[in-house]
Design a binder for this molecule. Structure first.
Ligand code: SF4
Ligand code: SF4
Length: 380
């Protein structure tokens, strides 16, 4: 990678809306709470920031430069208010500009560019998850646009989340519709990987599409879409009211619109996704939705703002992580330790990584489920 002088990193951070790199006093409180410390990873946030301050070369491996999962734990622990995620993003963007991208992420960025999704799938297959279901098209008579993230559209395991949500929305009589293959990936992970130009292309295309259809309200299944639509699309002229499926479902139940039986038996531990909890501030509604289907909701030792990241943010969903360094492996073990029969969550990235680690850990009796799947199972 090319040398990155201090000025250049600071400029990149400023362009991304981040704070002053020089505010860091190297106390190490960020690294102390970073999940990489629990798996003895090479990545050390304090050192990365020091390298940014000094403008030194020396990102020895992809794990170092592309290690941060953007989980936000460190940001809440930094006494100097350093925009640590902004710093990581800025340093990556300099590397991406110089062509320094890990191979797996090259494929992700290439597909997002060519197909509008990171999964190397054709654009026209975007709606295949919906086969056999009644899914209305979005139009002027619809209150909400239902935006399914690329993972829910293309990943076979995650398609169950989308299909479950549609069943729930139909039963509750929600006025919603979908836009289909024209829509792009929301671009959240692409931006965190550091490809700002590609983010602008994907998000710009979505804003144009949404505005042409006069979209005002959006339902999302992924907390990553929630974050970028609500916090970042306004930069491109997109102003929307965005609601995560778990929030909407809790509200529908409260209003008496969801005919649930309350027959979910067993202990359900809830894993707060980083982008729904720490980033989005949504902690209670997913728990209310779980209680509505009759589940006995358990808390793991680390919950709400202290939740342990699954490891999938910041583009790491697509990177190879050795089993012993997967945060998700620690998480499924935590769920088993509190006696959970189901590990519930509310994010397709979390479902994917927790499901993999459940298998790796040999936890045959533990199920990983999205809240939408649990609620759909409990419909009368
Ligand atoms: S916690 Fe903040 S001030 Fe301390 S090393 Fe990390 S970024 Fe720097
Ligand atoms: S955002 Fe999470 S993974 Fe990234 S440096 Fe902070 S604590 Fe570590």
């Amino acid at each position: 990678m090319a040398q990155t002088p201090f000025m250049e990193v600071n400029q990149a951070i400023a362009q991304g809306g981040g704070g002053d790199l020089n505010a860091c006093v190297q106390c190490g409180l960020c690294s102390a709470v970073c999940p990489w410390r629990e798996v003895e990873g090479e990545f050390l946030s304090r050192l990365m920031i020091r390298q940014g301050q000094l403008g030194l070369e020396g990102y020895e491996s992809d794990e170092v430069l592309f290690g941060c999962t953007t989980c936000k734990k460190c940001v809440l622990n930094c006494p100097r208010g350093v925009d640590i995620i902004g710093v990581m993003r800025a340093m990556r963007s300099l590397s991406v500009e110089a062509g320094g991208v890990p191979e797996t992420l090259k494929a992700v960025l290439g597909s997002a560019h060519a197909n509008g999704n990171p999964w190397s799938e054709p654009r026209e297959k975007r709606m295949e998850w919906a086969r056999g279901l009644e899914v209305p098209a979005f139009g002027p008579d619809k209150e909400y646009l239902l935006f399914l993230c690329c993972t829910s559209c293309y990943d076979q395991r995650s398609q169950g989340i989308a299909r479950s949500l549609v069943k729930l929305l139909n039963r509750a009589g929600v006025s919603y519709g979908v836009l289909g293959p024209e829509q792009n990936c929301c671009g959240e992970s692409v931006r965190k990987i550091g490809d700002e130009a590609l983010f602008q292309k994907l998000a710009g295309g979505n804003v144009k599409l949404f505005n042409a259809h006069d979209v005002r309200k959006i339902i999302v299944t992924s907390p990553h879409c929630l974050e970028t639509f609500s916090a970042e699309y306004s930069e491109l002229g997109g102003e929307y009211e965005v609601v995560h499926a778990s929030q909407l479902l809790a509200g529908l139940y409260r209003e008496g619109r969801l005919p649930l039986l309350g027959r979910t038996r067993g202990k359900v531990a809830y894993h707060d996704p980083c982008y729904l909890g720490r980033h989005g501030g949504v902690f209670e509604q997913p728990r209310q939705a779980l209680a509505a289907c009759g589940a006995q909701v358990l808390e793991m030792n680390r919950s709400r703002e202290f939740s342990l990241c699954c490891g999938g943010g910041g583009g790491r969903l697509w990177m190879e992580t050795p089993a012993e360094k997967r945060f998700s492996l620690l998480r499924v073990r935590e769920a088993a330790e509190v006696g959970a029969e189901v590990l519930a969550t509310a994010c397709p990235y979390c479902v994917s990584l927790l499901e993999d680690s459940r298998k790796t850990a040999g936890l045959e009796d533990l199920k990983v489920m999205d809240i939408c799947e649990l609620l759909a199972q409990d419909l009368s």
